[in-house]
Design a protein around this ligand. Structure first.
Ligand SMILES: [Fe+2]
Length: 329
């Protein structure tokens, strides 16, 4: 801590104090610190910082944080930063396991119950998914339980979105994405960028995905272990679906019989995104599709909002949030 005291009389010092001139106290700490941001030129930055200070100080007072705990928190955040690299973002992982990523996603993609709900993008999307034809098998190494995936993309009034783009990616039956197993899985395995037909329909052949753990060999994994939480995500297929004039949706479809549906490590599961994946035992149909018999089927229809429509308002909260004093209206 630096000592900022001076022998210069107060009255002779340059006027660098804030307009309020109020000194720090335990009772008024949030107000005093928030006031230091009062002249922030960017109004949104001022709003965010003011609210952050109030909530942060309320948290510290609520738990009466000890100096030792403060040190542990600083060390944890330091190690979280040090774990980050071009291929590892431990802070996003921290945001994920605290539910903040899903909250930001949900706030920014409200559906009002009229369109397909979104969920997190996750770290395994390729910017350029390999282009595929409808009906293609994206399971390039032919391992796992075969699955026919199909669906239709429509607008809010049920209008088919001809030519919608359908970008999909998923794990193999061992719970790994291709990029996690170079040399074991073929590049581009279990990924594809499809173009829906004139009726907005899409279909392709794949395998049933498996649950998998998020990376847990860093500080976030230690946090999960210390709190008795597991690192797993339930089995899912990722989708990004887009059509001109409509809002794209980034989402998953979850396999209904997967473990961890009720305890996703990143809170990505929404009830509306869970689908049964029933087995079909029909040798003739399997031969027609080019799949081994028996196979499973997964149907997932998607509805997109029109780009020009106003986003739905937030649902009223059951519990009123704490009123934050001093936040700009
Ligand atoms: Fe995933």
């Amino acid at each position: 801590m630096s000592d900022t005291r001076s022998d210069t009389p107060l009255s002779d010092r340059p006027s660098t104090t804030r307009a309020s001139g109020e000194l720090f106290s335990e009772e008024r700490s949030a107000e005093v610190v928030a006031a230091s941001f009062a002249d922030t030129p960017d109004p949104r930055l001022r709003q965010v910082l003011t609210s952050l200070v109030h909530h942060l100080h309320a948290f510290v007072k609520d738990v009466e944080l000890t100096e030792e705990e403060w040190g542990v928190a600083i060390d944890f955040l330091t190690r979280t930063g040090q774990m980050c690299s071009d291929v590892r973002q431990e802070f996003i992982l921290l945001s994920d396991v605290l539910g903040v990523s899903m909250l930001v996603e949900t706030i920014n993609h409200r559906t009002g119950g009229t369109s397909t709900e979104s969920t997190v993008l996750g770290p395994f999307h390729m910017v350029e998914s390999p282009k595929r034809e409808l009906g293609d098998d994206i399971n390039l190494d032919r391992k796992g339980t075969p699955c026919l995936v199909s669906g239709q993309v429509t607008g809010p009034d049920g209008e088919p979105l001809a030519g919608a783009s359908v970008d999909v990616w998923q794990t193999n039956e061992d719970g790994f994405y291709d990029v996690q197993q170079p040399g074991i899985q073929p590049a581009g395995n279990l990924r594809g960028l499809f173009t829906a037909d004139e009726q907005g329909r899409f279909w392709f052949r794949s395998v049933v995905p498996r649950f998998y753990p998020i990376p847990d060999d860093g500080p976030v994994g230690q946090l999960l272990a210390a709190t008795g939480r597991h690192p797993n995500r339930p089995a899912h297929l990722h989708f990004i679906v887009a059509a001109p004039g409509y809002r794209p949706v980034t989402t998953h479809v979850f396999v209904a019989d997967s473990p961890y549906l009720d305890s996703d490590a990143v809170f990505g599961v929404k009830e509306s995104l869970i689908r049964e994946v029933p087995e079909v035992d029909d040798p003739a149909r399997a031969a027609e599709l080019g799949l081994a018999n028996p196979f499973r089927t997964l149907g997932f229809d998607l509805t997109l909002l029109r780009a020009g429509d106003a986003p739905p308002a937030a649902q009223p909260a059951e519990v009123q949030p704490t009123v934050v004093r001093g936040a700009p209206s």
